[in-house]
Design a protein around this ligand. Structure first.
Ligand SMILES: CC(=O)SCCNC(=O)CCNC(=O)[C@H](O)C(C)(C)COP(=O)(O)OP(=O)(O)OC[C@H]1O[C@@H](n2cnc3c(N)ncnc32)[C@H](O)[C@@H]1OP(=O)(O)O
Length: 400
């Protein structure tokens, strides 16, 4: 069967979308109690459904803001909940949903969309590109010793789950966005966090760091004790800090948690200096399989490009967009601003490759070496390296 229709769902249809999405991930449908809470993750008017004889596909988003290089916060659709029923895959259902969703975002003036992909081969065709890189590491808690010069940090307040659920939204909202790619956590984000926390087999703890002006960092973690030869592990689920004092204070606390051999942290910023806290930096070792890119999509290329800052000489880029044709064209990008232009292009690239440059994660020269960027004028590649360069590694730090 190939006839289907795509439309935004009514709130009373959200539960069916949730059941379908979970089934596509091979996860059981929520109980009534669980749905009572997790329904609040569904922002009205943002969930798509595809129907033939019944619901066969779904995708949704929530409205948030993403920090771009230079510090501006730009509206972003945080896309999630994408799934197609297993007996209806590979007949264009996802393509239909992605097209409808992107056209809706463009019509509503949302310049960016972002997502986390289950598989890296899916979203490039819709103009998304991997726009952040992260790393994971493991700290040998019993042998890691903080260097004398490491800041002492402030008071730590330990919260169990209920007070954490109450206070974390306010604490997170007040923290500065220290990296491009960081995202606000709107009210529709927190029910997902709560669902994961409540499903955890081990208790979820939150340590809040207090600086001179109040809470300025937190770490959410859980400890998994192995009861065997394997190490007892503290998993860092989320760690955000407003300053190096708060960062050091949180690590000082983590190193002091008893009955832990290893502290494991995934999806951390590339330039986070954790190993430099220790007298022996090799007590912090890279961990495999902990790199989770945030995929970004410039929905309105001109508006998105204009929202960030640049340095160096102007470059004319020629962008091709396979889904939102209006984005295809040439743009003169410079520290003074971004304008559509008829001037000859210095380099050509797809809108997916543009997303890879946008937060400063990848250099134009690296993309040129892989064919993702096509240089027209050789000097333009070096100029684009400088133009899009950022001082701080892009990092989202918020999974959705
Ligand atoms: C942001 C998130 O929520 S990520 C979660 C994504 N969901 C899942 O992983 C759940 C399990 N998978 C699924 O539900 C489906 O397979 C989906 C959503 C990934 C794809 O849906 P489909 O309706 O099959 O995709 P559709 O038929 O539109 O495919 C379009 C193209 O993408 C390709 N494609 C689709 N899925 C994949 C994949 N997993 N790997 C590689 N290529 C893929 C298709 O082959 C097709 O290529 P073509 O245009 O060259 O023919």
């Amino acid at each position: 069967m190939s006839d289907y229709s795509v439309r935004f769902l009514r709130p009373d249809e959200h539960r069916a979308a949730s059941d379908l999405f979970r089934a596509t991930l091979h996860v059981a449908a929520p109980s009534d109690d669980e749905w009572e809470r997790s329904q609040h993750a569904y922002q009205p008017g943002r969930t798509l459904g595809v129907f033939d004889t019944g619901l066969i596909g779904t995708a949704r988003s929530i409205d948030a803001e993403l920090t771009v290089p230079g510090g501006k916060r730009v509206p972003v659709a945080a896309v999630t909940g994408v799934g197609v029923r297993a007996d209806r895959t590979r007949r264009g259902v996802l393509t239909a949903m992605m097209g409808t969703q992107l056209r809706d975002l463009a019509a509503r003036g949302v310049p960016l969309a972002a997502l986390y992909a289950t598989e890296g081969a899916i979203y490039g065709r819709y103009g998304y590109g991997p726009a952040t890189r992260t790393r994971g590491y493991r700290v040998d808690r019993r042998r890691a010793v903080l260097r004398d010069e490491v800041p002492a940090g402030g008071e730590i307040e330990l919260l169990t789950l209920e007070p954490a659920l109450e206070r974390l939204p306010g604490i997170y909202a007040a923290l500065p966005h220290t990296a491009p790619g960081m995202m606000t956590r709107p009210p529709y984000w927190w029910p997902g966090f709560e669902r994961h926390a409540r499903r955890s087999m081990t208790p979820i703890s939150t340590a809040v760091h207090h600086g001179p002006d109040g809470p300025d960092g937190f770490v959410v973690y859980t400890v998994v004790r192995s009861h065997s030869e394997d190490p007892d592990t503290l998993d860092v689920l989320s760690l955000h800090s407003a300053s190096s004092e708060a960062f050091a204070g949180l690590w000082r606390f983590l190193l002091g948690v008893d009955l832990v051999d290893t502290i494991s942290a995934a999806d951390r910023p590339l330039d986070e200096p954790t190993e430099l806290l220790f007298t022996d930096p090799t007590r912090c070792r890279p961990a495999a399989g902990h790199d989770h890119s945030t995929w970004l999509r410039l929905v309105d290329v001109e508006a998105a490009l204009a929202a960030r800052e640049y340095q160096g000489d102007p470059v004319v880029i020629e962008v091709s967009d396979p889904v939102l044709e209006a984005n295809s064209g040439r743009y003169r990008v410079s520290p003074e601003g971004v304008v559509p232009t008829g001037e000859p292009a210095g380099l050509r690239l797809g809108v997916d490759a543009l997303a890879m440059l946008y937060l400063g994660t990848w250099r134009a020269s690296a993309l040129a070496g892989t064919g993702l960027v096509q240089p027209v004028e050789p000097k333009a590649v070096a100029a684009a390296d400088e133009l899009f360069r950022t001082d701080v590694s892009a990092w989202c730090g918020t999974f959705f």
